[in-house]
Design a protein around this ligand. Structure first.
Ligand SMILES: [Zn+2]
Length: 473
């Protein structure tokens, strides 16, 4: 993922699509939602790193295995093999923290709506009898396991020091790869998603499930005797930082997930102790407390701490009420009141909260707001843009995404960041200043602050699509 200060850009390529898209009527809604699940899910396959993507599956986005050279542990002469995983966004970095948000979204989606996920995504593993979303997540989990040190700590990221040219294919990025230091946010997230995964893979591959659980426990024990280790990019490194000063929410998430996976009261006691500091109700890569709540409250194992379960439920419902109030007051029919970088993700994170709240206590008001949010993403917004590539005539055609720029066409099924009032890149500064916040979006390859894509934006979109396809079927 690009950041505010890391790119010199020129103001070219400004193909804006402003045709208004009328939102579809009710009978069509479920079908359209369902039809998007496959392309949005396939995006993860097309983002695979370290593997050959055959033209039979990847078409214009096929490539030989990329980023397979051993990576240098930053500041040392140690080299490790850490190939695999998904490219994060419009760049080719692989970052543990946002990767874990993506995995958490996909596993929660599968758990909540397994019937939405087929074995027919036209990926390498299609037809193997396992839902393709689980095959895809396993590809990421196998990489994550390589990012764990023997002592349980998990490296924060593996990237080059800088970004390649915007038209570079994956295999063209051959600069030295670095593995950056262990962070406790990465270690907590890792422990949590490995614990989430273990029960889901138990019936598919028991050996793999055990490996996930062992890795989770090792990471957790590392956290137990380690003070917060925040990550900051070393001088001269400009790839995404994904820095997080607070790891309380990641520790809480891990405790919740390990309680669900093992039933051990040790983890539940930790979750209860960590709740106050780590309970953030959001689903952002830096705010993972919402995942802890979701895993603990809605997991197959009943939470034996009634007081904790009650607090989670009350917090969830009050957050959903606030989201509904904002949605109902908004002339745009959405709950976000400011348009930050990746505004589409914030809106979909709110949608996820609404859907979980509806699981806790059915309420048509929650569903109505959730439908309005998805309608906004699909074109019912001031720009009339469907923010998913390839989904409609109005969809972005020039995302800030290297494989798309190299192929000369947008990889389908990708959610772009959307309006960003901050004018964080030159294209936005040049062409969007003076526009209302909700219209500060441009379909330009140069606009990394409004038109980039990311695995952890697609993942929450897939969660919402899978849940809504079931509700509107
Ligand atoms: Zn790669």
């Amino acid at each position: 993922m690009e950041s505010v200060t890391n790119q010199e850009i020129s103001p070219v390529c400004f193909g804006m699509h402003t045709s208004k898209t009328r939102f579809y009527s009710d009978p069509q809604r479920g079908l359209m939602t369902q039809s998007l699940i496959k392309p949005v899910g396939r995006m993860f396959y097309l983002q695979r790193c370290g593997a050959t993507l055959d033209a039979a599956f990847a078409g214009a986005f096929s490539h030989p295995a990329c980023h397979t050279a051993p990576a240098r542990v930053f500041g040392s002469d140690i080299f490790l093999h850490v190939s695999g995983g998904w490219h994060d966004a419009g760049d080719y970095g692989r970052y543990v923290v946002p990767a874990c948000k993506a995995v958490a979204d996909l596993l929660l989606a599968f758990r909540a709506a397994p019937e939405a996920f087929g074995d027919d995504w036209d990926i390498l593993e299609s037809g193997n009898g396992v839902a393709d979303v689980l095959d895809e997540v396993r590809f990421e989990l196998e990489w994550l396991i390589k990012m764990q040190r023997d002592d349980g700590g998990v490296y924060h990221k593996v990237t080059c020091a800088y970004f390649p040219d915007i038209t570079a294919n994956p295999q063209d990025e051959t600069a030295e790869l670095y593995i950056f230091p262990v962070s406790t946010a990465a270690t907590g997230d890792f422990s949590a998603v490995m614990a989430m995964a273990a029960p889901l893979y138990e019936s598919i591959d028991r050996t793999f499930a055990k490996k996930c659980l062992r890795a989770s426990v090792n990471a957790y024990e590392f956290l137990k005797h380690t003070k917060p280790l925040p990550f900051h990019n070393p001088s001269g490194v400009i790839t995404g930082e994904y820095g997080d000063e607070s790891d309380a929410d990641e520790r809480y998430f891990a405790a919740c997930a390990l309680y669900q996976a093992t039933g051990q009261s040790y983890y539940l006691a930790d979750a209860a102790a960590l709740y106050q500091g780590g309970r953030s109700s959001d689903f952002g890569w830096a705010d993972m407390g919402g995942y802890g709540n979701a895993v603990l409250y809605f997991g197959p194992r009943a939470c034996e701490d009634d007081f904790l379960a009650g607090r989670i439920r009350a917090d969830l419902l009050s957050t959903a009420e606030r989201i509904c109030e904002l949605t109902e007051k908004s002339p745009l029919g959405i709950s976000i009141t400011e348009f930050l970088w990746g505004s589409n993700m914030y809106l979909l994170n709110h949608t996820m909260t609404l859907l979980l709240a509806n699981d806790a206590q059915e309420n048509e008001r929650y569903l109505s707001a959730a439908r309005a949010h998805l309608a906004y993403i699909l074109g019912n917004n001031p720009l009339g843009v469907n923010f998913i590539t390839g989904a409609a005539e109005s969809s972005p055609r020039q995302p800030h995404h290297r494989p798309s720029a190299a192929a000369g066409r947008a990889m389908p099924g990708m959610l772009v960041g959307g309006p960003n009032e901050g004018l964080h890149d030159l294209a936005a500064k040049t062409l969007l200043a003076g526009k209302p916040a909700s219209e500060r979006y441009i379909d330009s390859v140069e606009s990394y602050s409004t038109n980039e894509t990311a695995i952890y934006w697609n993942s929450v979109l897939l969660y919402v699509l899978a849940r809504m396809s079931k509700l509107d079927a």
